[in-house]
Write a protein of this length. Structure first.
Length: 198
């Protein structure tokens, strides 16, 4: 009986390793498709969009199902949204405006709104992150507000939006989906450039 369990366990481990190998190949294709877009401008953005859209239809080539690649497909969707946003900005279109009734940003143009948590704050229950023409605002148990002139940069890592102040203080906002962190970072970077910080 132990021998049968060992064989079954070996089969499961081998299948898991094979799936990881195929997922790694798929992720490498995603990374390759986005390298052309690393400058964020010009034909690279169009090329990346075509490559990413094509990747969605190539799961069978990798021996993958949609269920196997839920996070990867979510990442592709986020990257496509950022590419569309960049194309729009390159064509002189304004940033999208999000309608919100939050009193904290009355009189400001809100360009981004998402539910986030704060992994850097123990016991944080989450809140709302807003990006406006004037600042980044987190509304939760403890409000965080930082104007563009007071920020060094805004970046992303996995599903975390990382905001660094000129004072050296860092705020981390964890988004529920890749599209939120990618689009939020792109909008924040655009606004920082406009403020002379990019």
């Amino acid at each position: 009986m132990r021998f049968i369990r060992h064989l079954f366990g070996s089969d499961v481990r081998a299948a898991r390793r094979d799936l990881e190998r195929r997922l790694a190949a798929f992720r490498a294709e995603i990374a390759g498709a986005t390298k052309a877009d690393s400058s964020g401008a010009g034909s690279g953005s169009t090329n990346a969009t075509v490559a990413l859209e094509h990747l969605r239809g190539r799961l069978a080539e990798f021996g993958l199902e949609a269920d196997d690649t839920e996070l990867e497909l979510e990442l592709i969707d986020g990257l496509l949204q950022v590419a569309a946003l960049r194309r729009s900005l390159e064509q002189g279109q304004p940033l999208p405006v999000v309608q919100t009734s939050h009193h904290a940003v009355v009189g400001e143009k809100c360009h981004f709104l998402a539910s986030v948590s704060r992994p850097d704050v123990p016991g944080n229950q989450g809140g709302r992150l807003l990006i406006t023409d004037r600042r980044i605002v987190y509304l939760g148990a403890a409000t965080v507000s930082a104007g563009w002139a007071h920020l060094l940069d805004v970046g992303e890592q996995d599903r975390d939006l990382i905001v660094r102040r000129r004072t050296g203080q860092v705020h981390v906002f964890r988004c529920a989906v890749y599209s939120d962190v990618l689009v939020g970072a792109a909008i924040a970077s655009h606004l920082l450039k406009g403020a002379g910080r990019g």
